[in-house]
Design a protein around this ligand. Structure first.
Ligand SMILES: Nc1ncnc2c1ncn2[C@@H]1O[C@H](COP(=O)(O)OP(=O)(O)O)[C@@H](O)[C@H]1O
Ligand SMILES: [Mg+2]
Length: 240
């Protein structure tokens, strides 16, 4: 498989990372609305969403048959599929790809589950390097409060119950997420993630995210403008 690293495609790749409840999806959806209103072509890609592996993970999880290594390989398979189908083509077409979680999620979760950090990084070496990787930094307490406020029960793997940290699912979730935070913190420098103080208001954070992104949009074509250009060249073609 090709190693993309720092890409030279005309599009841009923006990713959001952070623990559950850090506000990633909220920020990404506001970002998408803004970029679309500005005339840019945007494309969403979500972690672990490929139809290719969805059934396998669901069955494996239900029967609790997955070891950390098989888990890691399945997620990498999903990601490879999405890279080829959902990430590279829009980047080639000059679109802005917005990813809700990216390879750093795999690095954090798999390492907490005991997978070797070097091995998992190598596994994902085909990944496209994001234009900006945002890390929504938030204390566990704040994230927990947000999650428990508006959601149903925490799921088995989400709470890291497979790690036997605690019999109590909420306590297990707390311990698991605390370890995930530790991994994220290590990755800030390693991968040059852009830290966003996610304790602030939704609006304050969105303003900062937009300001960071704006700087990376120089030279990116807007869809509206592109259509107009195409149309005028067609008209010119008729005239000529
Ligand atoms: N800055 C914020 N302040 C207070 N609540 C927030 C903030 N950002 C998000 N929320 C709320 O917290 C919950 C989790 O947000 P979400 O965007 O789904 O997080 P994530 O995608 O990181 O799990 C949602 O109910 C959301 O409305
Ligand atoms: Mg989310």
């Amino acid at each position: 498989m090709k190693i993309y690293g720092q890409h030279r495609f005309p599009g841009r790749l923006f990713v959001v990372e952070g623990i559950d409840g850090s506000g990633k999806s909220t920020q990404l959806s506001l970002l998408q609305q803004w970029l679309a209103s500005e005339g840019y072509g945007t494309f969403f890609s979500e972690w672990n969403s490929s139809p290719l592996v969805k059934d396998t993970t669901r069955r494996g999880k239900r029967k609790r048959m997955l070891t950390p290594t098989t888990f890691s390989l399945i997620h990498a398979t999903d990601f490879a599929d999405r890279t080829e189908r959902e990430i590279i083509p829009p980047l080639k077409a000059g679109a802005l790809v917005l990813a809700d979680r990216y390879i750093y999620t795999a690095f954090a979760r798999d390492v907490v589950r005991g997978v070797d950090p070097g091995w998992v990084r190598k596994l994902y070496q085909f990944a496209v390097k994001p234009t900006i990787g945002f890390y929504f930094q938030v204390p566990l307490k704040v994230a927990m409060k947000r999650i428990l406020g508006g959601r149903d029960a925490i799921k088995y793997y989400e709470a890291g119950m497979d790690l036997d940290l605690s019999e109590d699912i909420e306590e297990s979730f707390r311990l698991f997420q605390a370890r995930i935070i530790e991994e994220y913190e290590k990755m800030v420098e390693e991968f040059g993630l852009t830290v966003i103080d996610a304790t602030r208001s939704i609006e304050e954070q969105q303003n900062e995210v937009r300001a960071q992104i704006k700087r990376k949009l120089i030279g990116v074509k807007k869809v509206r403008v592109q259509r107009w250009v195409n149309l005028s060249s067609t008209v010119q073609g008729y005239r000529g």
